[in-house]
Design a protein around this ligand. Structure first.
Ligand code: ADP
Ligand code: TRP
Length: 336
């Protein structure tokens, strides 16, 4: 049976949070259990470098993000799990793809456009202020990630769909030029439920808003974050609307239907906000207890995580070299 490749990149720019868990980690792990698919998941450390230039932090986040995924059930014997920077073929392909990428396509990429717009808003004369070329050509490297592994499916959040479409466009320009189906045309896979998990301030949970609940942060940090969730001024005993409460929404993510129904009833019966927060804290702590233990063991053993990523890189490079042989022949180069 021919398996289709499903591939996604995880940027090591911070500690993974509950939004990542529900929106990315759980669905990706579930997909890796599908025998019809071959999963390639990688730590996108070169993409992180566009913004994160602290060497120690980049190294620490890389290991912590890898440990998080393994602790939550990623099985390295089912998933080719690797670090992007361990696959040098990516750079050969990036350059080649760059030669098939209209500059205008990069001008329209949303991360770059957002920077330009921000500069205009603050009255900065140079619209490109603060933009490095890595950020500008970010989608080309991402296209290389995807096309190098002959990817069919790319599970991503809504903000990354445009990048997958760009990868598809570049693949088409290339295939059309040489009249050969060298690259598979990739497609984004978006979580059908498309749920956006709220952060402790009620906005989308995101590292950029400093409103996250890290999955494996220290447990006093977890409590502090939960205490920060804003509530209205209704007193204990006054009925409360669960549907508009961030506390209830977060609770529901980690509770059984029975526990959720019980919490719902407590809201209608006028639970005190402090009790509601205490219950959310205990539920989360309990839900994450077993993976947290695995996580603690893993981060104590960085050599083991490195071993898993090294092994993944070897597997990824096998496929990468296969693709590069075809690409080199197609564009008129010699095989090495
Ligand atoms: P952040 O916004 O914290 O920087 P990322 O952009 O690194 O998060 O997110 C990686 C993936 O995690 C996204 O593509 C998306 O699938 C998922 N994700 C992030 N935040 C949320 C959220 N609040 N709700 C649901 N999914 C999320
Ligand atoms: N750009 C993605 C993000 O910010 C990470 C990423 C890099 C990626 N390369 C990828 C995702 C390839 C999917 C496929 O989240």
């Amino acid at each position: 049976m021919l398996q289709q490749v499903v591939l996604t990149g995880i940027k090591p720019t911070g500690l993974p949070h509950l939004g990542n868990l529900v929106g990315a980690i759980q669905p990706a792990i579930a997909m890796s259990l599908d025998n019809q698919k071959r999963a390639f998941y990688f730590i996108a450390d070169y993409h992180a470098l566009t913004t994160l230039k602290d060497a120690q932090l980049l190294k620490a986040y890389t290991l912590q993000v890898a440990a998080t995924w393994i602790a939550l059930g990623l099985n390295p014997s089912r998933v080719v799990f690797y670090r992007q920077s361990d696959v040098p073929e990516l750079f050969e392909l990036s350059w080649i793809l760059a030669c098939f990428t209209p500059k205008g396509l990069m001008n329209r990429a949303h991360a770059y456009k957002a920077s330009v717009q921000r500069n205009a808003e603050i009255g900065e004369g140079d619209v490109d202020a603060g933009v490095n070329v890595g950020l500008y050509t970010y989608p080309v490297l991402m296209a290389a990630d995807i096309l190098l592994m002959q990817t069919h499916w790319v599970p991503v959040g809504g903000d990354q769909v445009q990048h997958v479409e760009i990868a598809r466009d570049i693949a088409q320009y290339f295939n059309r030029q040489y009249q050969r189906a060298v690259f598979v045309l990739p497609e984004a896979l978006i979580d059908k439920q498309g749920r956006v998990i709220p952060g402790v301030d009620g906005r989308k949970m995101s590292k950029s808003y400093n409103n996250t609940i890290p999955i494996f942060g220290p447990s006093d940090a977890l409590r502090k974050r939960i205490v920060r969730i804003p509530t209205d001024s209704s007193a204990p005993g006054e009925p409360k609307d669960p549907e508009t409460s961030t506390i209830f929404h977060l609770f529901r993510l980690v509770a059984t239907p029975e526990q959720t129904a019980d919490f719902h009833a407590q809201f209608l019966a006028g639970i005190a906000w402090k009790d509601a927060k205490d219950q959310l804290f205990s539920r989360l702590a309990q839900h994450l207890a077993a993976p947290r233990e695995r996580y603690r063991d893993l981060v104590k053993d960085p050599a083991m995580i490195e071993g898993i990523l090294d092994h993944g890189a070897e597997q990824a490079r096998d496929l990468a070299q296969d693709t590069m042989r075809r690409v080199r022949l197609t564009i008129g180069q010699n095989l090495r």
